[in-house]
Design a protein around this ligand. Structure first.
Ligand code: BDP
Length: 770
């Protein structure tokens, strides 16, 4: 088995008693009027690749019906009759899916006052008894809500929970749950790059219209099986949008030819509730390929009619092909991308200019805040707040505060640097109060082991979302419910529109993400985007049950591997708050001694290693970045004694003999952390070996190969760093009195004697963390 179905594999339930119980409660599928309201389709001749397994659906209810049929057949090991007729009789054990509009059974059995509470995307699942008949109703106000409910019902079976006595109501906490899709530029998901060029002339992208050699026939794209697997999987966790091209945008995506292609993709994704957006370059209006419809640089005035009309025309053209197009993602004045500052305007002017062009079309601008400039700042981390904070604070003529338009989201990475394995949260969350903010997380593992290292990111996102911003009001009083999650879900600041964005990791590998365990990160992103209060271990457990096995022993073992894997990676790559120690370019290997092109692209800029110690002083004695946080955290992070140890070097230049909480000196703890991290990987490899008899051969072997390489590369991180730090610390490699079962080599000398007992492997998961 290749893993190509992600978590929607539906293998037969092996426990016969359970299978029988489930079969009794899932005898028939009833989805009345499933094909009644076909979603818009722009491309007349949308078709699947020859010999494909999936087929195109025209409505979300059809998708729900097909999914139930597919899922039940797989799980129960037999076909289950499906009915779409508007008949009255509900057989015992039926599963009824629909909306009040499509189904009189839903009208009868799903109380409308309850349905009202679940909104546009929520659902209720309820067990109903009528005389001798028991059945299940999955009801929603919209077809997409009904599809989400269907996946939730199937998930209960996939994870072997009860499907009787149900009274479930669910709705998402965040409205826009989007992916940004980067694989077109960087192939972190380890895709097969040997295929033919795709839409964008790149290899390895999940959406690759030319993959079947039909490039001559570009306006009649073929939908590959995997697009629909991805669409189903994303719908199953509630992802409802995707920006399909890289943030370093290519204007080609705005040409007629590309829009046609994108429209075909949008047609295929639409029944699954997934809407499409595009990344654009701020200066696109000057691109010659749009001639004669181009502007001069002088006309790039975001308040001018030419600029706004140009963007309006482009958006309108896209809207004609993609009526539910969501809008544009913009990376401006960031890493060499052009932006309003090049023409004497600021981010507010630029974002609002495009937003004004989109507003009449109901579209949104996702304006990224990933800006930095080491030439003007002593600390790159300060830039975003310096450029965006004052615009958010600006008094307006109408008496309101904040200049950004209502249809602008500022899209901000979780941490102030750049998707490092551990960062404190970005102070933009909380500090900005009057602007819609989208949280950007990186699902693709650019800095977290790419497709080689097993690193489950659920605990990291949980840590970010549950971190307290310690927001105070104008009198300096602490406010309740000001975790990062409350800012993002709109409850803290009363924003009506909310968004979370994951930089996705989908490619054309058989298993779609390169590493089988990277699938878990996509799954976890979707679940947390839907409900950020979910526990990452619960999510991991669901994923393992849906993907690998329902055997409790196996589930426990794999979940245990996953839960410590992120903290382990932090430990062997960048422990105790040191960051960005990567070799230039591909961001996988260590190179702590490197100076690369620019200060703030260089490991030495971040580690500041010297004979006194290690780490970046961002306290009031250093760059004073800490002042961007609210007072409680500014104080806590400003003082080395109160800074959480996992962020020590983020905020301080830590003396080599600084005393840690456990009594060790900093140097010893540092080396110990590197070693612990590697030991965890060794433990994962050994543990995985023990699962060989219990798992399917191909996937087991593929993960085993990854773990072997993972262990080698983790040891390289440890040795390279410890060796380099030792040049500055001048101290011996510490050992302790534990049983000797592993050694490591630094400067040609073997070191060992760390406590390798099982407990030391269990790196605690820091929930609530920084
Ligand atoms: C960095 C990536 C780069 C992205 C950039 C961004 O290395 O490819 O373009 O982030 O977020 O981490 O814009």
């Amino acid at each position: 088995y290749s893993g190509s179905d992600l978590w929607l594999r539906y293998p037969p339930i092996s426990d016969p008693a359970l299978r029988k119980r489930y079969a009794k409660s899932a005898t028939t599928v009833i989805v009345q009027n499933a094909g009644k309201n076909p979603v818009h389709r722009h491309t007349r001749d949308l078709r699947m690749e020859p010999g494909s397994r999936e087929h195109l659906v025209a409505t979300s209810l059809e998708a729900a019906k097909d999914e139930l049929a597919r899922g039940l057949e797989g799980l129960l090991g037999r076909e289950v009759p499906v009915s779409t007729k508007p008949g009255q009789r509900v057989p015992d054990g039926a599963v009824v899916v629909g909306t009040p509009e499509t189904s009189q059974l839903v009208r009868r059995h799903a109380p409308s006052e309850e349905l009202r509470t679940v909104g546009d995307e929520g659902y209720l699942i309820r067990s109903v008894s009528r005389g001798r008949h028991d059945f299940t109703v999955i009801a929603a106000n919209t077809e997409i809500g009904a599809l989400y409910g269907t996946f939730a019902f199937l998930r209960r079976m996939q994870t072997q929970q009860p499907i009787t006595g149900l009274d479930v109501t669910e709705k998402p906490r965040i409205a826009n749950r989007h992916l940004n899709y980067w694989e077109t530029e960087r192939l972190y998901a380890g895709n097969d790059a040997t295929g033919t060029g795709g839409l964008n002339g790149e290899n390895g992208a999940v959406f690759n219209f030319a993959a079947t050699g039909e490039s001559a026939d570009r306006n009649l794209p073929v939908i590959l099986d995997r697009y629909l697997v991805v669409a189903r999987a994303l719908a199953s966790v509630g992802v409802n949008g995707i920006t399909i091209n890289n943030v370093n945008a290519d204007n080609a995506y705005l040409t007629r030819e590309y829009v046609e292609q994108t429209a075909a993709l949008a047609d295929a994704l639409r029944p699954y509730g997934i809407r499409v957006a595009l990344s654009v370059k701020y200066t696109a209006p000057t691109d010659e390929r749009f001639a004669p419809d181009t502007l001069t640089e002088d006309q790039l005035d975001p308040y001018g009619a030419e600029f706004r009309d140009w963007w309006h025309r482009k958006a309108e053209h896209i809207r004609d092909a993609i009526p539910d197009f969501t809008g544009f993602t913009v990376k401006a004045n960031s890493e060499g991308q052009p932006g309003p500052q090049d023409f004497g305007y600021d981010h507010g002017d630029g974002a609002n200019g495009i937003a004004a062009a989109l507003a009449p079309l109901g579209m949104t601008v996702y304006w990224r805040t990933f800006v930095y400039n080491a030439d003007v700042d002593d600390d790159r981390l300060k830039r975003a707040y310096l450029e965006f904070g004052h615009i958010d604070d600006e008094p307006q003529d109408d008496g309101s505060t904040g200049r950004f338009a209502d249809n602008v989201f500022l899209q901000t990475k979780n941490g102030p640097l750049d998707f490092q394995a551990r960062e404190p949260f970005n102070p933009m969350f909380g500090r900005l109060e009057n602007t819609n903010q989208a949280l950007e997380l990186q699902i693709t593992q650019e800095y977290t082991g790419q497709n080689t290292m097993l690193c489950y990111l659920g605990p990291m996102w949980q840590e970010v979302l549950r971190t307290d911003t310690y927001t105070t009001d104008e009198h300096g009083e602490l406010l309740d419910d000001r975790l990062v999650g409350h800012i993002v879900d709109g409850t803290a600041q009363g924003h009506p529109d909310t968004a979370i964005v994951g930089v996705a990791n989908l490619g054309n590998a058989d298993n779609l993400t390169g590493h089988h365990f990277s699938q878990a990160n996509l799954f976890a992103f979707g679940r947390l985007a839907w409900d950020w209060t979910l526990d990452s271990e619960r999510i991991a457990t669901d994923w393992v049950r849906m993907t690998w096995s329902n055997d409790d022993r196996i589930v426990d073992t794999i979940v245990r591997m996953m839960m410590g894997s992120w903290e382990a990676l932090v430990s062997y790559q960048t422990p105790l708050g040191v960051a960005h120690q990567f070799a230039d370019g591909e961001h996988y290997e260590p190179y702590p001694s490197q100076w690369f092109m620019k200060d703030d692209w260089s490991p030495v800029y971040y580690n500041k290693a010297d004979s006194a110690g290690l780490g970046y002083d961002r306290s009031p004695t250093g760059s004073d970045f800490t002042a961007q946080y609210f007072p409680t955290l500014a104080e806590r992070y400003g003082d080395i004694e109160s800074t959480p140890e996992n962020l020590l070097m983020w905020f301080h230049h830590v003396p080599w003999d600084h005393r840690m909480d456990n009594g060790r000196i900093f140097w010893e703890e540092l080396v110990y952390r590197y070693q612990m991290g590697v030991q965890y990987v060794t433990w994962m490899r050994e543990t995985w070996d023990s699962l060989k008899p219990s798992l399917d051969a191909r996937r087991w072997a593929e993960v085993r190969d990854k773990l072997v390489q993972h262990e080698i590369d983790a040891a390289d991180w440890r040795d390279t760093n410890v060796e380099y730090w030792q040049e500055f610390s001048g101290r011996e490699i510490p050992v302790d009195d534990g049983p000797l079962s592993a050694t490591f080599v630094v400067n040609g000398t073997e070191h060992g004697g760390f406590d390798l007992s099982a407990d030391s492997y269990r790196i605690p998961v820091a929930a609530g963390g920084s």
